[in-house]
Write a protein of this length. Sequence first.
Length: 278
Amino acid sequence: MNVSEIMVKDPITSELPTTRQDVLARLVKAKRTGMPVVDGEGKVQGIITRKDLFQNPGEEQIAVIMEWNVPTISPTSPVEKAANIMWSQNVRRLPVVKKGVLVGLVTPSDMLSVIEKKKMKTPVEEFLRDQPVCIYHNTPIRVAATMMNLSKVYAMAVLDEEGKLCGILTDRDLFNVERLEEKISLTTLGISPDEDAWTWEGLRNVMNLYYQEAKIELPTDPVKDLMSKKPITIYKRAPVYEAAKLLRLKDFDQLPVMGTDDRLFGLINDIDLMSAIM
């Protein structure tokens, strides 16, 4: 199977020169968290993500903060090669180029469908790479936000008093727009209030950045008030294709893996599963 068979055709892009406001508006409207950056001829220059924006809140020029010299792949390359690049370099967006010009994009979701179709049965536990970062369910939201921004870990398993999994917390949960007491100024994000293309779901993807730039303090409520309760989990001995299916259908980046004692065993990320295709 070749990359051209699974890639996203005509992905959203940002063209240099561009600014923070333009990128934010595009991400919000398309409900994406990152995209390729191209020049006037459509040639790939790099990738810009919301995390690049988070880490450089005062910089307006995207060329300064974007990731340059990113790996690319040909549409005729086998999917195994794409999987190897994504797994070994921890790449979530792999531009597909023909003579340097962007023709598509490969994401973890596209690759997960390959694992499903092949019904790969290797146990999930064999693909775990990193130990999960956990947080206590009574930790204040402000502390959780600081932990995420300092550690650059944007998904944490939430544990109760008995050390059992009781939820999952992501940066998206922390900045849920439904909890905003202040009125959101769309113009702050470079979006005209009379535009129809933006959605609250898209705005939620960049809410962390909005808080930083608008200097709005997060509440002191405990993590358990914002976390995703009763998270979907998978048993460590389950076949990997079942994990791939859950991640793809639920649009998750990670999935808690449970052990035989019904306690948290690990946290599997979609990128971890790329090694199943290699």
